[in-house]
Design a protein around this ligand. Sequence first.
Ligand code: THU
Length: 126
Amino acid sequence: MMYKELYGIACDMIPRAYAPFSKFKVGAALLSKDGQVFTGCNVENSSFGATICAERTAFVKAISEGTTEFEAIAIVSSEGEAWPCGICRQFMKEFCDEDFKIITGDDENSLKVYTMEEILPEGFRL
Ligand code: THU
């Protein structure tokens, strides 16, 4: 699958975001090594710390359905490009190798692509 296509699927998830507090809506599309796409959006909560980011929504959906090997994730927000927070970087690190790709950008013609190693160098694993 092309990165642009994955990015487009992430864009389609923005309206599903539940973000009444921050108003910052995020969509994600996670591509597994066997070619499946798992989508996600951020889901906020009145108790702010209970909020789940779009990326983790997608990962939890995939893992709970039995898929644990991943190729890439596209992320986009209602404000354009969006980079994973520190918690999401660590969460991804648990399941992704150094070559896993993180894709974002303001539009499909200005995508930025980084690897897991680039966004979380020397990341922690037990
Ligand atoms: N958020 C995500 O869903 N993913 C990111 O990459 C950055 C932040 C969400 C969490 C919260 O609902 C809102 O964006 C503002 O922090």
